[in-house]
Write a protein that binds this ligand. Structure first.
Ligand code: FAD
Length: 185
């Protein structure tokens, strides 16, 4: 029986894991993919306090090292079912069944699909530039969105694509610094 089981090892889950363990709770972290969560999918994280800039995977790695250095138990398993039984929780994964007095859900979010996507099936659509950029070498690439992520990922993709167009449905919300950097490409 664990005191606390945390679902997800993104920045949220890993922080919770460290604090729970340091509070003396018998803690288990569960992650279905790679520790780091969404941060793994971005090339550059700017101005995360303590790092002027660092790649997403490097930051994930440092967070994961922090978790391990604090001796927090973790397992790479997908949580498939959670059931409340009187005062405890039963957590089923693809490999095991665990019991815990408390749970923290830190499973993050799924990327939003565009309403048009069903009609665009013939096009190659990606939600992770760092994972898929090499597939777009010398291709014409369109990035949808007008925020910091769209600009950051667009700048990264420009090293691969033959042309790059950013389309925003309303206004451009990215930081001026990123917009200026994109204009230089
Ligand atoms: C392209 C991009 C660029 C970004 N750039 C920045 C930036 O520069 N600076 C910044 O501060 N933030 C940035 N972000 C946002 C940042 O990544 C998120 O705010 C952060 O990752 C949220 O952390 P989280 O732990 O809540 O969720 P997530 O990172 O989504 O982690 C959730 C974790 O839970 C796991 N999980 C889900 N369901 C289950 C299950 N059933 N069983 C086991 N595990 C499960 C997932 O696999 C995942 O690892 C960026 C995001 C993206 C997509």
């Amino acid at each position: 029986m664990y005191d606390c089981i945390i679902v997800g090892m993104g920045p949220g889950g890993m922080s919770a894991g460290i604090y729970a363990k340091r509070s003396g709770l018998n803690t288990l972290l569960l992650e279905k993919n790679a520790p780091g969560g969404l941060i793994n999918t971005t090339n550059l994280v700017d101005n995360y306090l303590g790092f002027d800039n660092i790649t997403g995977p490097d930051l994930s790695f440092k967070m994961f090292e922090h978790v391990k250095n604090n001796g927090v138990e973790y397992k790479i398993e997908e949580v498939t079912k959670i059931k409340k039984e009187k005062d405890t929780f039963k957590i089923e994964t693809n490999k095991n069944i665990y019991e815990a007095k408390t749970i923290i859900l830190a499973g993050g979010r799924q990327p939003k699909k565009m309403p048009l996507e069903e009609n665009l099936k013939k096009l190659s659509i990606s939600r992770c530039s760092i994972c898929d950029a090499p597939l777009y070498k010398e291709k014409e690439v369109v990035v949808i969105g007008g925020g910091n992520s769209a600009f950051e990922e667009g700048i990264y993709l420009s090293d691969f694509a033959s042309t790059l167009t950013i389309i925003a449905r309303s206004q451009i919300k990215a930081d001026e610094e990123l917009i200026n950097e994109a204009k230089k490409i």
